[in-house]
Design a protein around this ligand. Structure first.
Ligand code: ZN
Ligand code: ZN
Length: 462
């Protein structure tokens, strides 16, 4: 009985761990590696294990850094099931299709450049067909149901409160009469996140595999952040301008819409027209609306109170490019939520072009902005930006509100771990060195035995 760490070990993305018990092999997550060109290139490497020998895959949640290499796994010959939460299955249908679409578009662009140089074309990382094939392997389950997935292997998913359908994975493994219980945190949410329940505490484990994304910091209070957002909306109304919100399609967008619905009166939202201008976010919102059984108490109450509607009366969904372009004519009174979240692609770039040079425009940054993205340049106070070869002055007010992270901070992580009985040993994954190091120290101070996973490392579970 052992576990090998093949991804998100010493880094954040590419989550992938392999468990072997009584001759059976189970893959926990199969995520895409994200980051710079060198990191991304590793997605094309062969898997560091025999794909055809895998008996089952368990997927913690829909984010692409956990699910994004499943199409490659299936193309490489994996024919077994992908066990995951029902809502994750619904979200993956959107995520994997989008990921494949981007891969195909990337290859197209690359091949135009290569063609001009007389170089042979490259294949996309995977295609929409590969993504559809992977989806056929998905088997959806609910939370809190203990199921036997293989002889000697039982699984139970618990709500991780990170995005809809996100799961903590409990695994009971039996080999030669010895049982071991492994708990994989997946990505843990931050308590108080709108719509979702807080991460489920778990009491028993022989080993905990714990994410550490924000193991070295404490988030600002979510309530303060929402108050700040309310102030921005009030000021923008007085200035008679538009508000642009670059938002991630899954999670952040729905949280925004939820708070808009909840504060419709006290934030004066009846004075605005709200546009959700992202086909992917529209689809993801539909999945959130379909799974009201997963809401926390506040969202469930609002849901009942509004008779099963969480959407605003003045919300418009822009499905087509034409509907999106029509927004360019609106000079004031519009709140436009559009992707991508870091402004490095998508429709938000058009809205920036048409609005950011206006002094009465407000840009609300509600998510993480990676180094090198346009969103980061705005956060860092760029006075001019370049879009489609044109230089555009940044006259708009840029508001960066922290505190809406989808991940637990250090206190959230140690608090969740603290609910285990008997301080089981911990292996840290899904974090940069600094974050893992800091969390490692905190957990040791609590009396835990802690190690940081290294890529390719094997840990005996007997
Ligand atoms: Zn995640
Ligand atoms: Zn993740």
């Amino acid at each position: 009985m052992h576990i090998e760490f093949h991804g998100a070990a010493g880094e954040v993305t590419g989550s992938c761990h392999l468990i072997e018990v009584a001759g059976r092999r189970i893959l926990l997550d199969c995520g895409l590696i994200q980051g710079g060109p060198k990191d991304v290139a590793r997605n094309r490497d062969a898997f560091p294990f025999d794909v055809k020998s895998i008996d089952a895959v368990i997927l913690s949640h829909a984010h692409i850094d956990h699910s994004g290499r499943l199409p490659l796994l299936v193309r490489a010959g994996y024919a077994g099931p992908v066990h995951t939460h029902r809502a994750t299955k619904d979200l993956c249908r959107i995520m994997l299709k989008d990921s494949a679409y981007l891969a195909e578009k990337d290859a197209e662009g690359e091949n135009r450049r290569r063609g001009r140089k007389g170089l042979p074309p490259v294949e996309p990382l995977y295609t929409m067909g590969d993504a559809a094939e992977a989806m056929r392997r998905f088997r959806g389950v609910g939370y809190d149901e203990k199921t036997r997935i293989l002889p000697g292997v039982h699984m139970r998913l618990r709500d991780a409160g990170h995005i809809l359908g996100s799961a903590i994975v409990e695994l009971w493994l039996t080999e030669s009469g010895v049982e071991r219980k492994i708990v994989f945190s997946g990505d843990l949410g931050q308590a108080g996140t709108a719509i979702l329940r807080d991460p489920t505490p778990v009491r028993e484990a022989d080993l905990v595999i714990l994410e550490s994304t924000y193991g070295d910091r404490l988030h600002r209070s979510r309530d303060d952040t929402w108050r700040e957002i309310a102030t921005v909306i009030g000021n923008a109304r007085a200035a008679n301008g538009n508000i642009l919100i670059p938002a991630f399609a899954i999670g952040r967008t729905q949280e925004l819409l939820y708070h808009f619905a909840r504060h419709y009166r006290d934030w004066g939202l009846a004075n605005w027209r709200v546009f959700l201008d992202s086909p992917m976010a529209i689809e993801a919102t539909a999945v959130y609306l379909r799974h009201s059984e997963l809401y926390d108490a506040d969202a469930a109450a609002l849901w009942r109170q509004n008779g099963g509607r969480l959407l605003l009366p003045n919300l418009s969904l822009s499905h087509t490019a034409r509907q999106s372009m029509e927004l360019n004519r609106i000079g004031s009174g519009a709140i436009i939520i559009a992707g991508s979240g870091m402004c490095d692609g998508g429709r938000i770039r058009h809205h920036l072009k048409h609005n950011i040079w206006r002094g009465n425009c407000h840009v609300l940054i509600v998510g993480y902005q990676a180094e090198g993205t346009l969103g980061r340049a705005l956060v860092d106070g760029a006075r001019f930006i370049r879009l489609w070869g044109e230089t555009i002055r940044v006259a708009a007010s840029i508001h960066t509100v922290g505190g809406l992270s989808a991940h637990a901070d250090q206190a959230g992580l140690t608090g969740w771990y603290g609910r285990f009985e008997g301080k089981p040993p911990v292996v840290l994954v899904h974090g940069e060195q600094a974050a893992m190091g800091a969390l490692n120290g905190r957990l040791k101070a609590m009396g835990a035995t802690v190690s940081n996973a290294r890529r390719g490392e094997r840990l005996n579970l007997n």
